[in-house]
Design a protein around this ligand. Sequence first.
Ligand code: NAP
Length: 253
Amino acid sequence: MSYTANATPDGSRPVAAVTGASSGIGAAAARMLAAAGFDVVLGARRMEMLQAVADEMGGRAIALDVTDRASVEAFAAAVPRLNLLVNNAGGALGLEPIAESVDEHWRTMWESNVLGLMMVTRACLPALEASGNGHVINIGSIAGLESYAGGAGYTSAKHGVVAITETLRLELLGKPIRVTEIDPGMTETEFSLVRFAGDAARADKVYEGVDPLVAGDVADCIAWAATRPPHVNIDTLRVTPRAQARASVVHRR
Ligand code: NAP
């Protein structure tokens, strides 16, 4: 699909910042937003991969660890003009039941998916408001709308994203900033490889016998929401593969 970014109030090229843009959904979103006319700023920890994605579109790669306040503030300072923030950095670690939960997994998931999203948003809000037509797109998950056994560390964090998004929309009412949440279902990226600590066989099993979403499918939703006219706020978009009815109810061939 091809989309066209809205013109900015001051006629400058619109700027989009995408967190977690070194792989998966974030990288695909950066590509699609650049194609729509955004000047894209990409943030993530793995600089070599991030730079390679940025080079594809003439974007700017900036080292970002969303769990580190100093890193977040340096990232925000590097984008004084900002029209769109895509809070995408995050992911899951492990699939243990609560009785066997691993503190470090939970801490990392909450720090990246929840606290990180809060810190990046807080740091970027002044520039988004000053743009006269700002937009925050949070990447939640169907794991933020329902629960599944073994997933509590991740589902509780993504439920947190839903609450933060709703609150942000209430708090920004009357200001020129739109707030969108996109909740993908099963999407084949590095997500499961990270979740299962690099165990490729276990990660592959997640997608066995299913046509999952690919990163570009979710990026398409992001770019579509970002390019609606400024008075239109896409509130929430839940997107799943045809073969997925609920987080843990999947039809396999
Ligand atoms: P992915 O390929 O593993 O990408 C995750 C991205 O987040 C990477 O670019 C990673 O970059 C970045 N990231 C992780 N921790 C970070 C940190 N502390 N600071 C900065 N960047 C960080 O997985 P993905 O599927 O594209 O995930 C993107 C988002 O979609 C996540 O929020 C995930 O929870 C959500 N989601 C995924 C699915 C799915 O099935 N794949 C479904 C629903 C929602 P570095 O490691 O280079 O920092």
